[in-house]
Design a protein around this ligand. Structure first.
Ligand code: TMP
Length: 240
């Protein structure tokens, strides 16, 4: 099926060359990983659900003026994207305490965080994505101060758009991770936005509907993603 040259295989997505040197085919696989790739399982339908989820979110962000690499969906499990030079840091914003914030700081899960917090993590599985800061990013040349400022501005701008989108669907956007890259000298949002890289809870029951279902062996992982998609009004196409 994917006859083009495979350029990069990540933990959940594969990137292929296209006829256009500035564009890549991004294929969402069913592979689901946690704990920096220590736990990897295939989950039926996950690739196509995340591809369509991401397409919906990236288009909403574009409409809100947040530039990103998404061009168009070309298959139920694949999209065409702009080819970026990625910045090797992850940008995490949290509206509610969960996950590593609770482990590191002893904070009670579920605590509302006002104002929302921002953290940088270095993308490095072998080192378990250590937290880094502006000073380290500049000294090691991962990004410039201007790029750091832009990443923070865009990451918080995403929060304003998506907090409302999720809350209108009766959902809480607890936290999320974004990655940025450079396209023709301009910093834009890359990677993906899907339940693999964020936490989403039902607003009333606090039911977990994201990858924590996989991390914590709660079952019904893709069913959780599909419930979020359906509540956001995303009509998923399925062949299987
Ligand atoms: P954390 O609580 O483990 O630090 O994660 C915060 C959010 O960022 C959570 O929604 C998961 C997401 N995330 C990833 O998707 N990949 C990563 O490598 C990291 C560190 C976080």
């Amino acid at each position: 099926m994917d006859t083009q040259q495979l350029l990069y295989k990540g933990k959940a997505k594969s990137l292929y060359a296209t006829e256009n040197a500035d564009e890549l085919l991004c294929v969402y696989r069913n592979d689901t990983s946690a704990f920096d790739g220590e736990k990897i399982v295939q989950l039926d339908r996950k690739g196509m659900v995340n591809n369509q989820f991401n397409a919906f979110i990236m288009q909403k962000l574009q409409q809100a003026g947040i530039p990103n690499h998404f061009i168009k969906m070309v298959r139920e499990d694949a999209s065409l994207v702009k080819r970026l030079k990625m910045i090797p840091v992850e940008c995490v914003v949290r509206n509610v305490a969960a996950g590593s914030l609770c482990r590191r700081l002893g904070v009670e899960p579920g605590l509302e965080l006002k104002p929302a917090t921002f953290e940088f993590f270095l993308k490095n599985d072998a080192l378990h994505d250590p937290m880094v800061n502006d000073s380290l990013i500049i000294t090691f040349g991962w990004a410039t101060q201007e790029q750091i400022d832009q990443m923070k501005t865009y990451t918080f701008a995403v929060n304003e758009v998506l907090k409302k989108l999720f809350s209108d669907a009766g959902l809480i956007l607890v936290d999320y991770k974004l990655e940025f890259g450079v396209y023709q000298d301009t910093l834009i949002l890359g990677d993906e936005f899907s339940p693999d890289g964020c936490r989403i809870w039902d607003a009333q029951t606090k039911k977990v509907l994201d990858k924590d279902r996989f991390r914590k062996d709660m079952g019904d992982v893709v069913e959780g993603y599909e419930e979020v998609a359906q509540r956001l009004g995303i009509s998923l196409t399925q062949t299987a």
